[in-house]
Ligand binder design. Sequence first.
Ligand SMILES: [Zn+2]
Length: 197
Amino acid sequence: MIKSKWSYLALFIFIPVMYGCNSTHVSTLPTYNPRKPQPVVVPYGVRKELDQFKIRPWKYIVIHHTASDSGDAASIDRYHKEKKGWVNGLGYDFLIGNGNGSRDGQIEVGNRWNKQIDGAHAGNPEYNKHGIGICLVGNFDNDQPTNQQISSLLYLINYLQKRCNIHKDNVIMHKTFRKTVCPGKHFPYDKLLAQLK
Ligand SMILES: [Zn+2]
């Protein structure tokens, strides 16, 4: 009898400890809630990078997703150099983080924008040459972009529309011109367009 009482006591102690350990590894991605617009904080360094040079005559803004849960400019740059063999690395002009890799809503400025050279994001020469590629980290076939990602995207598109004189009809998704799901079926394109001028 005494032995089995001790066994029960051991169960009471160990079960909560086991579950406590497991629950610390559970994480969920924040989801896009259009009713809660978030303020965008664009660091001075990013503004400086955006403003610093003469730009090419861009015609389009092309929106992508990474189709991955995490990533940042450095890791995708490495992937594009090493796996795709692209000497200029990161195929997009801009990357917007989701908190898994870079900060949620963080705008990273790519080398191709800084050098004003062709992109490698469209799979189509016209849109690589004349389209500014913005990629959001995430897989929007499964999730939605975060509020911060959408706020940063709006900020960046507004900026680029003014700077490069791009009409909102030319703010398009990758799947607008190519057979791909990119940027995913949950990307809120119509809501985004409704907020552009
Ligand atoms: Zn794409």
